[in-house]
Design a protein around this ligand. Sequence first.
Ligand code: KIV
Ligand code: NA
Length: 285
Amino acid sequence: LKSNTIQSIREKYLLQSPITVSTAHDYITSSWAHAANCDMILVGDSLAMTTLGYESTTDISFEEFKYHVRSVCRASGPSMVIVDMPFGTFESSIQTGIANAIDIMKLSNKVASVKVEVGPHTRDRYTLRFINELCSRGIPVIGHCGLTPQRVHSLGGFKVQGNKNIEDIKVLCETAAKLEEAGCWALLLECIPHKVASYITASRSVPTIGIGAGPSCSGQVLVISDMLGMREGSMPRFVKQYGNMRAHANESLSEYVKDVQEKRFPDKELHTFKIKEDLWKSFLE
Ligand code: KIV
Ligand code: NA
């Protein structure tokens, strides 16, 4: 299978064929997403919380994050890889941000785009300007708006966005428009009312990838550890669980522990290596 490109994703979008995205955080999860023929793999900074146990996506260092990107990129297959710009990699200055975006793109020739979280345009002119600078330098950008976990503090928690008043909805739609104007080739809409997502999708000319944004988006993304049931804890409402890998792992590991304790594993016939009888005899002599 040929690997997807921004162009092949765009063609899919123009045909109104739903775009499929899964996150991945390492070589194994990446190889699963490729095997399932996901259109894109997102190395999202949510891996800080979902697979590394941090309290917030703002806690992971750039070095740690890049280690995961490299791991994801070692797997091969049809899915195009897109990568988050983590918290702290672009806020201090445009120059630093550009250098770090280039750094991400250079981690592997599989990385096709970065993704940048942006706040409401009325309050976050800086990030829009930054995204503009990236796009004008030929670095492909997905603009992420709505619920942006890196700004969880200024948003007052993990809450639905663009659902409070007319002004809220208006600002969100305008932010999406400004992201397209800035040159984003796709938009990521997180945790917004489905009608608002539908409106944005209809009014923009680039694909929208939704998470908690309803069925009218051009595509969907879910966090792999959420959809496969890999971790403990509560799930956001927008997650559909397609597996319960944690229960499966718990059962299997408990069985292993019991097997060793009760001397059922290893089995002398199945899991061990033999030596020629005469060799053994001469060793003992
Ligand atoms: O980090 C991530 O996984 C994301 C998705 C939730 C869109 O940004
Ligand atoms: Na993210």
